[in-house]
Design a protein around this ligand. Structure first.
Ligand SMILES: Nc1ncnc2c1ncn2[C@@H]1O[C@H](COP(=O)(O)OP(=O)(O)OP(=O)(O)O)[C@@H](O)[C@H]1O
Ligand SMILES: [Mg+2]
Length: 410
């Protein structure tokens, strides 16, 4: 049985995770090594200090390599942040010989023509995701290969990133001794790890609530409609607690993770928690309900912002499968219940699954991007050697990966 080694690097605002895995002929993913370290030199998804970022990435990579017993030479890398922007574009081509069915090279030409959008000189296209095709200006189809037409239109979602952010990210990763095999937008990777096929079909929004940002992608009828990013994440929730409780960051962070809740009314009156604080006393007992009130305020505001971001592309009411939350901050107790109350739509937390090997740590929403990057690598590599067996749950990503132009180092 042939086994292929693949690796993923998620350079997040709060943590950096490096994962080395093995894939067999049946496309099963076995985790060989995971390395996680605190992030440094990054703010809201953007590198701010190259030297510290290289050191932090190298630390995570080294830990993964030690556990796996092999080196991480190259990796699929996540990219995110407010410098990302997206637009929907149309590509049109003529089919020279209408007696021949449409083939893969026609699809590639159509997508190439959708890439011809005005992109400022300081930005680069990282993904062109086909949404649907139109034959002779009439019939909308998902996969036109084998069909007949004289004109093929493609409606595509084009995602661009700032060239300097891309270059800085690559420089840091290469500085840590790893080649960038492919850059994948964080929320597209997370989608592959936690969203189910049926949710994509009926309409869903993926919201990856990390430390610095909440990265969103919206799907309707199995097609991507929108990607966006909000500069609010778990770090702001912790900051709110620092300021309200007058407590050091480490203390506020552990209170949030261990006792935090998004719904104060679900906490009993008089439930006290002890925490380290600034000032003379150093230790203080506070009502857990009060902590929940502070968190609720920030989370309600975040849900309102998520709703506004979704509504920029489609009416959120059209998303029958609602919202899937993921990312470390989605672990806050009660968050999905608050989400349903505020948004009036279904909300669940997505956690990566179906992993073998040393995968315990990855069964947490903070690792959706890492696991999703590995799944992208499997799909792309299978397709490139024509081995794809079609046994992935998520045809959507297969569709993107089969025709999209992934950014690749020049
Ligand atoms: N149990 C928990 N309850 C509440 N928040 C949590 C919990 N566990 C982790 N978090 C929060 O999750 C956030 C980190 O999430 P994640 O690891 O997904 O971020 P990241 O990928 O480093 O950041 P980004 O995606 O914004 O670049 C932190 O703010 C952390 O406090
Ligand atoms: Mg993240």
């Amino acid at each position: 049985m042939t086994k292929t080694i693949i690796s993923a690097l998620d350079v997040g605002t709060t943590k950096i995770s490096a994962v080395i895995a093995e894939v067999n002929n049946d496309q099963e993913l076995k985790i060989l090594g995971v390395g996680v370290g605190p992030s440094s030199g990054l703010s809201k998804g953007v590198i701010t200090n190259i030297a510290s970022a290289i050191e932090a990435i190298a630390y995570a990579v080294e830990r993964a390599e030690k556990t796996a017993g092999i080196s991480m030479d190259s990796a699929y890398v996540g990219i995110a942040g407010p410098h990302i922007s997206s637009l929907n574009s149309q590509g049109i081509i003529a089919i020279a010989d209408e007696s021949n069915p449409i083939n893969e090279s026609d699809i590639t030409r159509a997508i190439d023509s959708a890439r011809i959008v005005h992109v400022p000189h300081n930005r680069e296209i990282i993904h062109v995701v086909p949404r649907f095709y139109t034959l002779d200006g009439q019939d909308q189809v998902i996969d036109p290969v084998g069909m007949y037409a004289t004109r093929l239109d493609v409606d595509a979602h084009v995602i661009t990133a700032s060239s300097s952010s891309i270059n800085n990210l690559i420089q840091c990763i290469e500085g840590a001794g790893v080649q960038v095999e492919s850059l994948v937008l964080d929320q597209l990777a997370s989608t592959e790890a936690v969203i189910e096929h049926e949710e994509l079909e009926h309409g869903v929004a993926l919201c990856d609530i990390g430390g610095g940002t909440t990265d969103i992608s919206v799907y309707l009828d199995g097609n991507i409609c929108h990607t966006g990013s909000i500069e609010v994440g778990g770090s702001l929730m912790t900051k709110d607690l620092v300021s309200a409780l007058k407590a050091p960051h480490y203390s506020a962070e552990s209170i949030k993770r261990e006792h935090g809740h998004a719904i104060p009314s679900m906490i009993e009156h008089g439930e006290l928690i002890e925490l380290d604080t600034f000032g003379m006393d150093r230790k203080k007992a506070i009502e857990r309900k009060y902590v929940a009130e502070i968190l609720q305020y920030r989370c309600e505001e975040l849900f309102e912002m998520i709703l506004a971001e979704i509504n920029r592309s489609v009416n959120a009411k059209m998303l029958s499968a609602g919202i899937v939350l993921t990312g470390g901050a989605s672990k806050l107790e009660g968050l999905e219940i608050l989400g349903e109350q505020v948004l009036g739509m279904p909300v669940r937390v997505g956690i990566p699954k179906n992993l073998a090997g040393l995968s315990d740590i990855l069964h947490h929403p903070a690792y959706s991007t890492s696991v999703g990057l590995l799944r992208w690598a499997i799909i792309e590599k299978s397709l490139s050697v024509n081995k794809y067996r079609g046994n992935f749950s998520n045809n959507f990503v297969k569709k993107i990966a089969s025709v999209m132009k992934i950014w690749q180092p020049q």
